[in-house]
Each structure stands twice: as C-alpha cells, then as structure tokens.
Design a protein around this ligand. Structure first.
Ligand code: UDP
Length: 311
C-alpha cells in the first residue's frame, strides 16, 4: 500500500513508519518539526520506500499522491507542550484532521487518527472504558489538547456519518520507548535522564497519581490491527498495568543503578489522578494484548538515553 504518516518525526510516528516500511509498504512521512525530531526523519530517509515532506498538517495540503491509508499522528502531546504551543495544538487537532479527512475522501483511503486517554480528562471511573464520556475542563491548561482531541473525534464521527469516511480512532494511553524526546517534560524521559546523571527525580506532588505505560512496539501493533480491521468506533490502546508515579520513579532509580533521590515538586494544575485503560474492546475485536513487560521495555529506553544523552 501507499501510506501517509503525519507526525512521522515524532516518537510514535517514527516507530509506526518503520513498521509499515518493514511490512513492505511505501510511506510518505509528513512533519513540521514542531515537536518531531530530525534524527527520526533522517533515519527514515535511509529507507528506499520512504519519502519525507516537511509540512504543517494544519495548513492546506498540496500533496497530490494517492494513498490507501492515512495515519494521523501529528500533534505535540507532552503536557509541557500544552503551555508552550496551545494555539498550535488547537490548530493541529482541528484543521489537521479536517484537511486529512478531505484527502482521505478524495483517495477513498482509511483514516487512522491518534486520539488520547486525555479525552477522559481527570477520570472519575477506573479503569476507563470507551463508553465513559470523561471529566474534562473545557478551558483549563490542558484544554487545548483534551478538547482539541475531543473535537477531532467529533469531526471524524461527522465525516463518517455524512460521507461514509472510513475512520479508525485509537485512544492512546501513556506510551514509552526509545526515541522519546529527552526534553519533552514527560515523566519517563525526565526520570531516566535524571537517574542517569545522578540528579534528583522530580516527582510532582506526593507521586500517588497513577499511570499505565505501554511499550511502543505493542502500541504500533494495536494501531495497525485497528486500521486493518472493520472497527470504526474508538478503541483504547494501552497497557492496563497501573503504577503510581512515585513507584515508577523508584523503579527507574533501581534499574539505572543510580544514587539519585526523589524530590517532590509542585503538581501541575488538572494533572489527572488516575489513568488505566480498559482494553476489553481491543482484546475482543482486534485480538490485541500488550506483551512487553515494563522491566524489559524500560531497560531498552534506559539504553537509548545512555547512548543519546540530552544535549
Ligand atoms: N510527572 C512527574 N515528574 C515529572 C514529569 C511528570 O511527577 O518530571 C508526573 C505528571 O505530573 C503526571 C505523570 O508524571 O502525573 C505523567 O506525566 P507525563 O508528563 O509523562 O504525561 P501525562 O500522563 O500527564 O500526559
């Protein structure tokens, strides 16, 4: 197939593109480097069936190729980006999928869209199931991302109902792996780089908030299964093993054989208290289950950051 991947220089977009190339497809990768990294697009450019287009997906698309599938992975997604690039994120989440929906209609392509566990906001149920409508602030500091992604789901539902567009939507939970941006402000890159350099690990608040971390190869497998399936309702993709932020900080200190300690720093506003996916839908409809143990996955990321320390 001929496939478009937007956000190909981002962490997940990169791994997805590599996997699609390995399966024998031709991939056009698009990125504007607002949060993607050149090291990723440069690595993809080594591949014969890959072509790179530098473009902001929120701007009108001038690309004239035919695509069988489109994967929309483009959007800054770290909470630190929500402060740095809020208007850019709103444009990326609204005009981006709108442009891609038109392109997909023209090509009669399937459109995969990367939605997020943030559509559940600070959830009042645990684990979060797709039928849960969420607990989201429509104007708080995370609203550019949360409401942007909710708008995108509404937009694609409208395109599906109005024009029969073949949409595939995954709600992606916390994901980790090699090539995460070292400076993106997220817990895992921060903690690992702090542990590797002997600095204190900056745990927000008491660290009793929870997250559930999925290794990127598992996630990419779920994304591809979903896109090739007939499932057009949103599907949670994530690893249901839940852990507190303090526990994962301590786990990383041990894994790095580090002498670092933990310090408690103020917690950002609206930081969700709990997060864990109910993946029954993915299990039953896609036959998907994450397989990579956290200790194995984390060891690979530690290795990556040892070899690629932040500059
Ligand atoms: N966090 C932390 N220290 C950091 C960065 C993040 O304690 O240096 C916390 C953050 O407040 C949140 C959790 O770790 O509760 C996961 O944050 P991350 O930025 O990785 O992503 P999120 O799940 O909030 O989108």
């Amino acid at each position: 197939m001929q496939i478009l991947v937007t956000g190909c220089a981002g962490f997940i977009g990169y791994h997805l593109s590599q996997r699609l190339l390995a399966e024998g497809h031709t991939v056009v990768g698009m990125d504007d480097f607002s949060s993607g990294q050149k090291i990723n697009s440069d690595a993809l450019r080594q591949q014969p069936r890959f072509r790179f287009v530098q473009h902001n997906v929120a701007e009108p698309l001038t690309i004239t190729d035919h695509f069988d599938q489109i994967y929309n992975m483009a959007c800054p997604a770290s909470p630190a980006d929500f402060d740095r690039r809020r208007l850019h994120i709103l444009a990326t989440c609204s005009r981006g999928p709108w442009n891609l929906a038109e392109l997909a209609l023209r090509c009669d392509a399937r459109l995969f869209h990367a939605s997020t566990s943030e559509v559940y906001g600070d959830p009042l149920v645990n684990p979060q199931i797709e039928s849960y409508w969420g607990n989201v602030s429509c104007n708080g500091p995370r609203s550019c991302y949360d409401e942007g992604k909710r708008f995108a789901e509404a937009l694609l539902a409208a395109y599906r109902r109005e024009y029969g567009l073949k949409t595939r939507i995954a709600r992606i939970f916390n994901t980790y792996g090699p090539r995460m941006r070292a400076d993106d402000g997220r817990a895992l890159p921060n903690f690992i780089n702090q542990a590797l350099t002997g600095q204190p690990l900056t745990v927000h608040g008491q660290g009793q908030q929870t997250r559930s971390f999925c290794y990127v190869d598992d996630l990419v497998d779920g994304i591809i299964r979903l896109t090739n399936s007939a499932v057009d309702e949103p599907v949670n993709l994530g690893n249901p093993v839940e852990i507190t932020v303090l526990e994962i900080a301590e786990e990383i200190i041990r894994l790095c054989n580090s002498s670092s300690t933990v310090i408690h720093v103020p917690r950002p506003q609206d930081d969700p208290n709990i997060r864990r996916p109910d993946i029954t839908r993915a299990q039953t409809l896609l036959g998907w289950d994450p397989t990579v143990e956290r200790s194995v996955g984390l060891a690979r990321v530690v290795e990556w950051f040892r070899e690629h320390p932040p500059r």
